[in-house]
Design a protein around this ligand. Structure first.
Ligand SMILES: Nc1nc2c(ncn2[C@@H]2O[C@H](COP(=O)(O)OP(=O)(O)OP(=O)(O)O)[C@@H](O)[C@H]2O)c(=O)[nH]1
Length: 513
């Protein structure tokens, strides 16, 4: 082989080797790029179905080693789809931001959210959402929002539980308010107001109605207190005025008597001087005639003085009498004012122990009497029977015929019960449709006769509502005070007996020895 040819061949071999290594390097680069493009396409997966399909096609073409020219249209399609995606992402970001803000603002309006959650939410809406720049950046924000929602929901559930508890307590509150309204026995002018309050107090009354009733009760009490205060004030003002007048009258009588006294003193002095003068003159008289003239003159003057003195004395006496009469008059006026005020106080005390509706003694009057009877029993051990009486199914009377019919029924029953017991027994309205009777000196073994009679008396009352004849019955539980009892244990025993009477069919008397 010639020299130039072999050199040429060598160069060619070198060039081929260089070309091959270049192609190897290029192939490696294409492989890396292909893998990268395939990974990237997997990473983009899920943004859009049509993009996913194009990328899948792209990956499979790369794997098959399809040449660039064949790939180019696909790449162009993918580029266009990605561009669309960019716009879609910007829109989605905007929409997400606005949705998160809306949801957050809505959440801010919910009541009962814990303070901490409220604060976190405010910060999230005011600064965190605005600073998010990528879709991914929304993930922690959404996470936080979900957490706050959770807290708010939890708080709401607790609130709902509390409300349910409060709802359960409502009948109790209604009962309590009704008992309070029954205790309100002020002047006649508030009777209608009390009636209106009572009528709204059903066991199913709404919380707002119960609140209104509470406010009305407080108003009635406040009004009565204000009126009472005014009465007391005007009484004290008139007492003060009268005392002032009496004082002035005594002061002026004193001043008057002082003046008269001064006049009397000087008159007495004058008389004394005249007598002294007369004495001296009689000693110096030289004849009977002169003496007579002298005596006559002095006696005339003296008798004038004596008349003046008598007049002054009478004046003083008259002034004193007038002053006494005036004082007497004012004192008796004052006495009658004090008496009428005392009467008012006594009436009030009496009325505070009376049930407004039935006019029977009320619960506080019963408590006083009960404790007194209990003490007596501990001292003398004489038998005392305690009876608890409850009207059966009274609620249905209210429900069927109205609250006024219920009120009337209670009044009739109260009157009948009062009429049927002995004078020495004590009956009170314990509350609602419940009455209590204390029978001092009555052992329980002797009590069932009269109590059965009492039950039958009530049952025989011909009640008529809306032209319908209604039989109303009562249940009774009775016991007697026992050695070792406390007021509460004895009462509980009678209450247990009543419970038994109710549970065994009502309209009956149960005894607990
Ligand atoms: N009209 C009227 N109703 C009252 C008064 N005080 C309490 N009540 C009502 O009395 C009813 C008592 O009902 P409950 O305690 O369920 O008893 P009940 O219906 O008599 O049933 P039992 O006692 O189980 O036989 C309630 O509906 C009260 O609203 C009142 O002064 N006037």
């Amino acid at each position: 082989m010639s020299e130039p040819l072999s050199q040429l061949e060598k160069k060619l071999t070198q060039a081929i080797a260089a070309r091959m290594s270049l192609e190897d390097a290029r192939k490696q680069q294409v492989d890396v790029l292909t893998q990268f493009a395939a990974r990237l396409s997997v990473g983009c997966k899920g943004l859009d179905v049509s993009l996913d399909n194009l990328l899948a096609k792209f990956r499979s073409s790369l794997a098959k080693g399809v040449d660039f020219e064949t790939l180019l249209p696909l790449i162009e399609q993918i580029t266009a789809a990605i561009k669309l995606q960019e716009v879609a992402v910007v829109n989605a970001e905007r929409e997400l931001t606005s949705n998160i803000i809306d949801a957050g603002r809505q959440l801010q309006k919910t009541r009962g959210m814990p303070d901490d959650a409220r604060r976190k939410l405010r910060f999230l809406l005011d600064s965190e959402v605005e600073s998010v720049t990528t879709i991914r950046g929304f993930i922690p924000v959404i996470n936080k929002l979900v957490e706050i929602y959770h807290q708010a929901l939890q708080a709401k559930l607790t609130l709902a539980d509390d409300l349910a508890d409060a709802k359960q307590q409502q009948p109790e509150i209604a009962k309590e308010l009704l008992a309070l309204a029954n205790e309100l026995l002020f002047d006649e002018d508030v009777a209608d107001e009390i009636k209106a309050v009572k009528h709204g107090l059903t066991e199913t009354a709404h919380t707002d109605t119960l609140l209104d009733a509470s406010v009305s009760i407080i108003r009635i009490v406040v009004k009565s207190i204000a009126r009472e205060r005014q009465t007391a004030q005007s009484f004290l003002v008139s007492l003060n005025q009268t005392l002032d007048e009496l004082n002035q009258s005594i002061v002026s009588t004193n001043a008057q008597s002082k003046n008269i006294n001064q006049a009397l003193c000087s008159l007495n002095q004058q008389i004394e001087n005249k007598i002294k003068n007369l004495n001296l003159a009689t000693q110096s008289a030289t004849s009977i005639v002169e003496l007579k003239a002298l005596v006559d003159e002095e006696l005339q003057s003296l008798s004038k003085d004596l008349v003046a003195r008598e007049r002054l004395e009478q004046e003083e006496k008259a002034a004193l009498i007038a002053s006494f009469e005036y004082i007497n008059d004012r004192v008796s006026q004052l006495e009658s004012k004090v008496n009428s005020y005392k009467k008012r106080l006594t009436e009030q005390r009496f009325r505070s122990l009376l049930d407004g509706l039935t006019k029977l003694p009320n619960r506080s009057a019963f408590d006083d009497k009960y404790n007194h009877e209990f003490q007596q029993f501990n001292l003398n051990k004489a038998a005392v029977t305690l009876v608890v009486v409850d009207v059966d199914h009274f609620k249905s009377i209210n429900d069927k015929y109205g609250h006024s019919a219920g009120d009337k029924t209670l009044q009739v029953i109260a009157r009948a019960l009062k009429k049927s017991i002995r004078k020495t027994d004590f009956i009170a309205r314990y509350g609602g449709e419940e009455f209590v009777i204390l029978m001092p000196g009555m052992p329980i073994k002797d009590a069932s006769g009269p109590l059965e009679k009492l039950r039958k008396t009530i049952k025989s009352i011909p009640f008529k509502f809306k032209d319908e004849e209604v039989v109303i019955t009562i249940s009774l539980g009775a016991t007697q005070f026992k050695e070792g009892d406390t007021p509460l244990s004895a009462f509980d025993r009678a209450d247990d007996a009543l419970y038994e009477a109710k549970n065994s069919g009502r309209d009956r008397l149960c005894l607990r020895e």
